[in-house]
Design a protein. Structure first.
Length: 549
């Protein structure tokens, strides 16, 4: 292990990393790693090992089931090193990620180190900066057992549902590289359903008037008459202004995980894994706050970061906003008032030293986060909107568009508005037109899938990218020019699971389980009760209960 030593205000400290989880559920005891006893459930954990050849995580066996390699890097060595370090110090601080996964990692480190040094506290960091570390050291806390229990519940449920349904897939298809899960299966279903919708077509007619104005009509009535009327130069349209009004457009809130992944996909063409890896690097480099968050809340510190930048660069446009109530997490935002260009100059000039070299994708994502956050603290824009009544072929339709920008506000930094040319009123001849058939719906992009997970309440910020990755890995979906399409295997597996085990992979059940885990995390519900409920659901797969040895 690499250990860094630092002299602080009255202390000498050493810093090192556990490199994630150190233990995981075994596959060789109880019901998929959990002993089922009269008084409750006892999860059995074992050392995590990683294959040096392919990097796959392994808990049992001497051969990697993924690539056949036989050389491993084990976390037992990490635990031994941490114990040896702990003996040397007066106090141990655990500063893992500020969520239930991080709390479980912290708990596992706590129980393994405690016999060697029982003066252990938990530090909670939402950004890796000098200021945040100093503040955390002033208010250390104990391990939060409800957070740990929530992670235990989630991990056990994922294991039980995943293993049981995966074994049904193996038996039916004769392939052991298939898998199922309570979150991944509904998400696969969305991809399959959207692909079916994308087969349908709708008509869009673009009309160009004699003065050069253009506008689109979706499925206009009597569209089959258009060619003849245009040929005879007899096609006219009557346009009248129904209303003209001013509208205030508020800036978007700062990024949550799902919104960040969606924009990284749509704007930067990053897949979810690449975006999360880049965000993790930015977080570990102390450039952004924690990137696995569902909160848009901006702390007072964050507001001050925006104030420093905006008052210097956009005088008069700073409008501080918290964007919601304070909770366990803050939004994802920059920790310093540095633009992308300033950040690059600081690094090149040696004024800012980072643990890793930033590549283009890191800087692209940083710029996205920076501009979105700064825009969230700026004045609203004010636009003019015009509503029109349009008469074509004896039918009246309505159309509304932005016809002017009165005050640009935040859009100076974060362009998101486009004013269109006002339409001429009165009766006008149609000079030209175009009829085209378009898809009724486009296949999903990765970011859109993530946004739907957030909207439907399944999955967590820490699992969004992983869920999509599993679907790729199993061969259930493919990426075609940025759009996600189901494979034949994906369709077949989804139909098999929903036909036979729909109650276990339904969206409603998954959402209910997420709500129960929230109750456990908040300490309002005993985790053993939730496990008992999960266990009954699993037993419903077969009439005969599985072995609980």
């Amino acid at each position: 292990m690499t250990v860094y030593e630092s002299v602080g205000e009255g202390y000498v400290a050493c810093f090192t990393a556990s490199q994630g989880h150190v233990v995981d559920l075994t596959t060789e005891a109880g019901f998929h790693g959990v002993l089922v006893e009269e008084e409750g459930f006892v999860p059995v954990y074992t050392e995590i090992r990683r294959c040096l050849k392919c990097g796959a995580q392994v808990t049992e066996g001497e051969v990697c089931p993924n690539c056949g390699g036989n050389k491993f890097y084990g976390k037992k060595d990490v635990i031994t090193a941490l114990r040896n370090l702990a003996i040397e110090f007066d106090q141990v601080f655990i500063a893992t990620d500020p969520d239930s996964e991080g709390e479980k990692i912290g708990y596992d480190l706590f129980v393994n180190i405690n016999p060697f040094n029982n003066n252990i506290k938990r530090l909670e960091l939402h950004e890796i900066t000098r200021r945040a570390l100093r503040e955390a050291l002033k208010s250390p806390r104990d391990i939060s057992h409800p957070l740990v229990e929530a992670q235990v519940v989630r991990r056990i449920d994922d294991r039980w549902v995943g293993f049981e349904l995966s074994r049904r897939l193996w038996d039916y298809f004769g392939r052991k590289n298939l898998s199922a899960g309570r979150v991944q299966t509904p998400v696969l279903g969305w991809v399959v359903q959207r692909a079916e919708e994308a087969k349908k077509r709708r008509t869009v007619v673009t009309l160009r008037l004699d003065d050069g104005s253009e506008f689109d009509l979706i499925e206009p009535p009597n569209q089959n008459q258009l060619p003849n009327l245009l040929k005879d130069k007899a096609l006219t349209v009557e346009i009248a202004v129904a209303a003209r009004f001013e509208q205030e457009v508020l800036p978007p809130p700062p990024y949550t995980t799902d919104a960040l992944l969606k924009d990284a996909s749509l704007i930067l063409r990053m897949d979810t894994s690449e975006a999360m890896e880049a965000a993790q690097t930015l977080f570990e480099s102390g450039l952004i706050t924690y990137h696995r968050t569902g909160s848009t809340y901006v702390s007072t510190t964050g507001i001050n970061v925006a104030k420093t930048y905006l008052e210097e660069n956009f005088p008069g446009l700073f409008r501080p906003r918290h964007h919601g109530e304070q909770g366990a997490h803050e939004c994802t935002r920059p920790t310093k008032p540095l633009t992308r260009r300033q950040l690059e100059l600081f690094i090149q000039g040696g004024m800012l030293r980072l643990p890793v070299k930033l590549e283009k994708r890191h800087l692209d994502l940083y710029e996205l986060i920076f501009k979105r956050f700064m825009a969230s603290q700026m004045a609203a824009a004010k636009v003019e909107r015009t509503a029109y009544n349009i008469k074509l072929l004896g039918q009246e339709m309505k159309l509304e568009r932005v016809t002017g920008v009165i005050s640009p506000g935040f859009t100076i930094l974060y362009p998101s508005l486009r004013a269109e040319r006002p339409l001429p009123t009165g009766i006008h001849r149609v000079a030209d037109y175009q009829i085209r058939k378009v898809r009724a719906a486009q296949p999903f992009r990765e970011g859109e899938l993530v946004g739907l997970m957030k909207e439907r309440g399944i999955g967590r910020p820490s699992t969004y990218a992983h869920i999509i990755n599993v679907l790729y890995k199993r061969g259930y979906i493919i990426n075609s020019n940025g759009r996600i399409l189901p494979t034949r295997l994906g369709r077949t597996v989804y139909n098999f699971l929903t036909t036979r085990y729909g109650h276990l992979v339904s969206e409603d059940l998954t959402r209910r389980l997420e709500e129960l885990m929230d109750e456990v995390e908040s300490g309002r519900l005993n985790y053993t009760e939730v496990l008992q409920s999960f266990y009954k659901e699993i037993l419903s797969i077969d009439e005969k209960a599985p072995s609980s040895q």
